[in-house]
Design a protein around this ligand. Structure first.
Ligand code: B12
Ligand code: SF4
Ligand code: SF4
Length: 341
């Protein structure tokens, strides 16, 4: 073990980065703790009601001001990203029998509307639950920091902690914040999950990347509901991703009418992004689409109960909507398809 004291700077930060990459992350970047320049943006977004019913974002909102509030002695944030992009059909595990017999294309590779009787699942949710996958790898990373680099304190954050993950990832040089609000990596596009490891090690900060959106506005123009009211600003009250995953209760009729076959999540503002067109494929088998998880047959969902939800979707992101949410979404998609006929 290297001889270090807490808060010390490892002798070979690039060696440390390489060790972390070897755990299965596509990118690893370092950012300092301290006041987050984007915190004011987050606070204003909340104040304007853009979080819709996600009340949990307002809880501990102040903690997002500085990641050091989440871990005593924290000096740095290690930000990681892992691609979930699955561009090529690989036979089994991509569409499933039901979708194939309905004449559907591989749901992992097409952006076409879902065929009648089926609903499309957002790409991020076609494999295993990313929280589990990233947390597992970050636990290994925390062990490595403690055993080989003398770290005394660590905290793993994937999604649920009050941390501005996209802003921190941008600060750690993993990409830039696109106009669709996603973190865009020049090679991986925005089909990435983010995770954070707070540590008491003092790591040299990486440089942020330049914004490469240029004069593109494709995501803003493509959003089916106008939820991207301004560049980099998503109003969840109008967002199909929010409505189909996080929202509880009935869907507003005028927005339900715009689902166009989306039964869980929405990828429109990412599908049109030029940086996603040539994105490199994921190396994580966990994120390869599972059979019948890209296109869902809707009729069985109408009768889904809690036991049925767990039997079918345990360990996947679809659990988040709950049985009631999936029943509601399936009914709304079927209603939309019926009207179009
Ligand atoms: C709440 C939430 C949502 C909400 C709101 C999303 C939103 N854009 O605000 C909903 C349910 C809609 C959602 C949807 C999705 N989400 Co989400 N979500 C989150 C969560 C838990 C918090 C985000 C948040 O605080 N939003 C509030 C806004 C104000 O903050 P922000 O989005 O982080 O934006 C910051 C920067 O963009 C920056 N900023 C904003 N505008 C501008 C403008 C300029 C000019 C600049 C310089 C900076 C800047 O400041 C903001 C504050 O720091 C994060 C995890 C986390 N803890 O961060 C995951 C997270 C952002 N989601 C993620 C994913 C994968 C998705 C979906 C793709 C899932 C899907 N297909 O349905 C979609 C993408 C839709 C989209 N265009 O954002 C990933 C993003 C990965 C990436 N590469 O960007 C995250 C990081 C989860 C993870 N750990 O991987 N999500
Ligand atoms: S996820 Fe869909 S509805 Fe939400 S901002 Fe992007 S394109 Fe619009
Ligand atoms: S679609 Fe265009 S504007 Fe939107 S994030 Fe991608 S490059 Fe930026």
């Amino acid at each position: 073990m290297t001889d270090v004291t807490p808060g010390a700077r490892p002798a070979d930060p690039e060696g440390l980065r390489a060790e972390l990459l070897a755990l299965g992350f596509d990118r690893v970047g370092f950012a300092p703790v301290g006041e987050q320049p984007d915190f004011a943006r987050f606070r204003d977004w909340l104040a304007e009601g853009c979080a819709a019913g996600m009340d949990y974002l307002a809880r501990h909102a102040e903690a997002r001001r500085d990641p050091a509030r989440l871990l005593a002695g924290a000096r740095s944030v290690i930000m990681v990203s892992v691609s979930y992009h699955a561009p090529r059909p690989a036979g089994e595990g991509r569409g499933g029998d039901a979708a194939k017999s309905a004449g559907a294309d591989d749901p992992a590779t097409t952006d076409e509307p879902a065929p009648a009787g089926f609903g499309r699942v957002s790409r991020y949710a076609r494999g295993r639950d990313y929280h589990r996958v990233l947390r597992g790898r970050l636990r290994q990373a925390a062990r490595l920091l403690a055993e080989r680099h003398g770290a005394r304190a660590a905290r793993i954050c994937v999604d649920t902690a009050p941390l501005l993950e996209r802003s921190l990832a941008a600060r750690a040089g993993l990409g830039w914040i696109g106009r669709n609000t996603c973190l865009v990596d020049p090679e991986l596009g925005s089909w990435t999950f983010l995770g954070a490891l707070l540590t008491d090690l003092d790591l040299p900060p990486d440089s942020p990347q330049p914004d490469r959106c240029g004069d593109c506005r494709a995501c803003l123009d493509a959003c089916p509901t106008g939820a991207l009211a301004a560049p980099g600003r998503l109003d969840a009250r109008h967002c199909l991703s929010y409505l189909t995953i996080e929202h509880r209760g009935p869907l507003p009729a005028e927005l339900a009418a715009r689902l166009e076959g989306r039964v869980f999540g929405c990828d429109r503002c990412q599908e049109v992004c030029p940086f996603n067109a040539g994105a490199r494929a994921t190396r994580a088998e966990d994120f390869h689409p599972r059979p019948d998880q890209g296109l869902l047959e809707l009729a069985p969902l109408l009768a889904l109960d809690r036991a049925g939800l767990a039997a079918r979707f345990a360990g996947t992101p679809l659990m988040r909507a709950g049985a009631e949410g999936l029943r509601r979404n399936a009914a709304a998609v079927l209603e939309g398809q019926r009207r179009r006929r």
